[in-house]
Each structure stands twice: as structure tokens, then as C-alpha cells.
Design a protein around this ligand. Sequence first.
Ligand SMILES: [Zn+2]
Length: 322
Amino acid sequence: MREELLREVFLDLQEQQRRNEETERFRKRDIRARYPEIAAMLEEREGLIRESVQGILAGRTVPGELETRMDAVSGKIRRALKEKGLPEDYLAPVYECPLCRDTGYTGDRIREKCACVIRRYQEKLRQAMGIPENGRETFEQFDETVFSPEPMEDSRYSQRELMNRVREACEAWTDAWPDQPKRDMLLSGKSGLGKTFLLHAMAGRLIGRGVSVLLISSYSFLETARKSYFEHDGGMEELISVPVLMLDDLGSEPLIQNVTIEQLFNLVSERQRRNLATVISTNLNQEELRSRYTERIASRLTDTRNCLYLPLRGRDIRNGRG
Ligand SMILES: [Zn+2]
């Protein structure tokens, strides 16, 4: 998990708890101002709660009689609220998540992160990578009709058929996680053929399954690499260790001497050594990868023994259906 996002989730929950308490206070004030008879019942219940807390602090067991009286008063309050046309639980504790009451943790002895924390975390992860939960870039939303059904030049296949196969391969790879026969993937082809769409669809589904994914542009990879080279910060560690790293648009980043190629090689080879999955999209073909990044990087990126190589072809779909 990305620690800074997790911290944000718990800060959000603290803020939520603060708002809950505010709502509770507002409701109590509201009732006290409008209905003195209910206010009296509230005071009676608070007196009983104080009594039982004092008992517990003094090491006495709370007598059953006290609990019966508390239940009776609570029942009276609920009925009175209902009579006034308010919800019965108007004065009950306020929270969004019934599992953890917005504390973020469940369990008494062994504290576990609540399901709502995981959900909030995943949503933050999606936001950070520009993949909204109900976004359009999912496998389900894949629209084959934007691709031409006519056979492509020098091919028996149409762009639509090719894209359907590529989509299937990407979806199968994603659903096979963590047991893909090939760990890495390279999506190669000109701009506007749907590579970024596929990365987003894959990342979205993996996040939904709770897999840690980091999807970044090759430009921000380079930013991280540059900082870690010149400023020796630990930014590269996350890129090296995240279970699934997706690098979008490799080849669009500038070539910085001593940085781009060296750090890319380190990143790719270290991830392969750790058997972690790396998915790369690029406008470059194999030949161009070799000449830009050297043979040793290109061969690691395109080695079909552990890399699913998916070349995309056809017409740019962003230029309309022409
Ligand atoms: Zn919860």
C-alpha cells in the first residue's frame, strides 16, 4: 500500500468523525430547544450512563437493573422522537460505516483495517492515477465499433479484429493475476490506437481486486529517476517494489545523460529479478526501442519468454471514424 494515501484515508476518517460529532451535538441542541420533555429523558439517560461508568471505574459489575432502566429510557426516547415525526435513531451515534463507526478499524483484540478503509484507499489510488471508479476506460466499456472492420493493409485482419484480440489478451492477463504465464507486457503501436485505454482498464480491474498498482507516465518515471539520481531521495524504491508497475508512453520522456537509460535498465532488471509485473506502453517499435534505449534494455522489454508482446496497428481512432 502507498503509505501517504493510507495516511490520507485515516485523516479523512478523522474529519468524518469530527463531522459526525458535530451532527450529534447539533441534534441534541435542537431537541433540547424544541422538546423539553425529550430533553428530560436524555438527561435521565445520561445520568444512568454516568452511574454505570462510575461503577465500572470503581471495579463493580454493572447491575442488570441499571441496564434495564437504560433500555427503557432509550425506548421511551425513540418513541417520543417518532411521535414528533423524527427518525427513531435521530439521537443515536452518527456514522457512515456501521462496521467500524468511522474509526477505520474493526475487531477488539486484533485490530484490522475496515473494509471501508480499503475502499477509500482504492478510490484514492484510482484518483491519483486518473482512473475514476465508474470511468469509461474499463474492459466493459470497450467499444469495438470505433475500430474499422475493413482488412488492414498487408493483413488478413481488420483493426477491429486485432483490437479485440489485444483486449482479450489484456483482460486474460489481468484476470490471471498473480499467475500470469508471462509476467511483463509490452503494448506497442502509434498514438491513438487505444494503449492508454487498455492500461487504465487493466489498472482499474486490478485495483478493484485489491492489487497494488502504480500507473505513471514515462515522464513522471523520469522525474522520479532524475530526483533519485541527483538528490538521492528514495523515490525509485516504490517504482521498483510495487507489485504491478505500468509505464505509459515510454519514449515520450526526454533522454537525460546518465539517467534515463541507466535508471530504466535498473528499474526493469530489478523488477524482473524480483519477479514483479511491469506493463509498458510505447509508440516505439522494437527497432526504435533498440536504437533509443540500447540492445540490453530492448531485449529485456521484448523477450517473449517472460513478456507478452502486443503490437497494435491501424488508424488513429481519435481522428474520427473516417
Ligand atoms: Zn469502516
